[in-house]
Design a protein around this ligand. Structure first.
Ligand code: FEO
Length: 389
C-alpha cells in the first residue's frame, strides 16, 4: 500500500451476519503490517481466518520479529486471533487504549502487560512514527485509530469501513458507488447512535491539521485516493442531513396494509419524492436503517394483530429507536384492521418518542381498503411530499 506497508488481512466470503449485522456480501477483516526498523502489526482477524492472515504475514516477515501489536479494537472480528498471534510473536508488545484493558482481557487470554496509548502519544518505529488517536464509542469504548505520520495513512479500524468481501483492496478498483452504498448501511447500523461523537471527532482530527492521504479501515475497501469522500459522507450522515426521499416500512396479513402502502407511495412518487418500500419480515434490516438515515420521510404501516402492531413492526421500531437517527424527520403511520384496531395508536407514541415530527391522522382502513380509502392514502402521500418541498 506504501513502502513497507502491507495488507495482511483475510477475506470472509461466507459471512452473512457480523454480530447482529446482516452482511449479504460477506466482509474482509483488514490487518496491516508495517516493516520499518521495527515491525508493527495493526489489528488481527476473526479466529476462523487466523491461518489465512498468518500466512500473509509470513510471506513478508517471520512473526517472531514483530515488535508491536496494535489493537485498535478488541471485538472478535478484529482481535479474535490474538492468542494465535501472541504465540507466534513472543516479543510483540501490545498497544491499545485504556478502555481496551477491560475488553481485551475480558475476551482473550493475554499473556503479557498492555501498553496503554492516549490521544497524541507517538511511537517511533525507525524512519517513521505512529500517532494514536482514541476514538471512544466509535463504536465501542475501546476503539482507537493509528496514524502513520510520514505516509499520511490513517488506520481507522471500524469507522469508514464497509462489509464487502472482494478481490479488490482499493475503493476505485471496485467502484465508488457500491462502496459508498455499503459504507452508508455500515454507518447506519453501527455508528449512527454516536453521530454527535463523530462530529466532535471529525472536528478534532481537522484541528490536528494532519494530512490524510489514505484511510485504511478494518473492513472492506481502502480509501487510497481522495479519502475526503468518506470523511464528508460521515459528516453528512452524522449531522442528520437527509435527502428528499421516503421510506415505507410495513407488515401486512392479507394484503390490505400492502395496498395502502402502494397508494401512499404513488402519492409520494407522483409528487417527486423518491420512495422505497420494505415489507419488513422479508427485508434486510440493514437496508431499511440505511434508508431511514437517508430519508426525510418515514412511514410505518401495520395490520392490527391482537389489538396492536405486528411483531416485526415492533421489532424494527425498537431497532430504529436504538440507533437514534439524528436530524429532522417527518414520520407517519397507517393501519388496517378488522374490528377493534390498535396498530396505529400503538405506533404513534413510538414515533413521537423518537422525536420525529409526526403527521396525523394517518390512514386507517377497516377490512379491505375501498376506492375512497385508497384515494385518501394517495392524498396522504401527496400531503407528505408537499411538506418537504
Ligand atoms: Fe468490526 Fe466493532 O468490529
Amino acid at each position: 500500500m506504501a513502502e513497507g506497508v502491507y495488507w495482511v488481512g483475510a477475506i470472509d466470503w461466507n459471512l452473512r451476519y457480523c454480530g447482529s449485522y446482516q452482511t449479504p456480501l460477506g466482509t474482509t477483516y483488514n490487518a496491516y503490517l508495517i516493516v520499518d526498523k521495527k515491525t508493527v502489526l495493526i489489528d488481527g482477524v476473526k479466529h476462523t481466518h487466523s491461518l489465512e492472515m498468518i500466512k500473509r504475514v509470513k510471506e513478508i516477515v517471520d512473526p517472531k520479529d514483530i515488535n508491536y501489536l496494535i489493537v485498535n479494537h478488541a471485538e472478535p472480528d478484529h482481535a479474535g486471533n490474538i492468542e494465535d498471534v501472541l504465540k507466534l510473536a513472543p516479543k510483540a508488545e501490545i498497544i491499545c487504549s485504556k478502555r481496551a484493558e477491560d475488553s481485551l482481557t475480558g475476551y482473550y487470554k493475554i499473556d503479557r502487560p498492555l501498553k496503554i496509548a492516549k490521544t497524541g502519544d507517538t511511537l517511533n518505529i525507525g524512519d517513521r512514527n505512529l500517532v494514536f488517536i482514541e476514538a471512544q464509542m466509535l463504536h465501542w469504548p475501546d476503539n482507537m485509530m493509528t496514524y502513520l505520520k510520514e505516509n499520511h495513512i490513517l488506520f481507522s479500524n471500524d469507522p469508514f469501513g464497509q462489509h464487502i468481501a472482494s478481490s479488490e483492496r482499493f475503493v476505485d478498483d471496485l467502484g465508488e458507488q457500491i462502496v459508498m452504498d455499503h459504507a452508508a448501511r455500515y454507518y447506519a447500523q453501527i455508528v449512527l447512535p454516536y453521530s454527535q461523537l463523530v462530529l466532535k471527532k471529525l472536528e478534532e482530527v481537522k484541528n490536528l491539521k494532519v494530512p490524510i492521504d489514505m484511510i485504511c479501515p478494518a473492513h472492506g475497501l481502502i480509501w487510497n485516493k481522495k479519502p475526503e469522500r468518506i470523511i464528508n459522507a460521515y459528516a453528512k450522515w452524522a449531522s442528520g442531513e437527509a435527502e428528499n426521499r421516503a421510506v415505507i416500512i410495513f407488515d401486512t396479513m392479507w394484503g390490505s396494509t400492502d395496498m395502502m402502502a402502494r397508494e401512499i407511495s404513488r402519492g409520494l412518487m407522483d409528487n417527486g419524492v423518491q420512495t422505497t418500500m420494505y415489507p419488513v419480515r422479508f427485508s434486510d434490516w440493514g437496508l431499511i436503517i440505511r434508508d431511514v438515515m437517508l430519508s426525510k420521510i418515514i412511514l410505518i404501516g401495520s395490520a392490527t394483530l391482537n389489538m396492536t402492531m405486528m411483531p416485526a413492526i415492533r421489532g424494527i421500531l425498537e431497532f430504529i429507536k436504538g440507533l437514534r437517527p439524528p436530524g429532522k424527520k417527518i414520520a407517519a403511520a397507517f393501519e388496517s384492521y378488522g374490528w377493534g384496531g390498535g396498530a396505529y395508536k400503538n405506533i404513534i407514541p413510538v414515533l413521537q418518542e423518537m422525536k420525529f415530527e409526526v403527521v396525523e391522522p394517518g390512514p386507517r382502513s377497516k377490512w379491505v381498503p375501498q376506492e375512497e380509502k385508497l384515494k385518501e392514502c394517495y392524498q396522504f402521500g401527496k400531503q407528505l411530499a408537499q411538506k418537504i418541498k
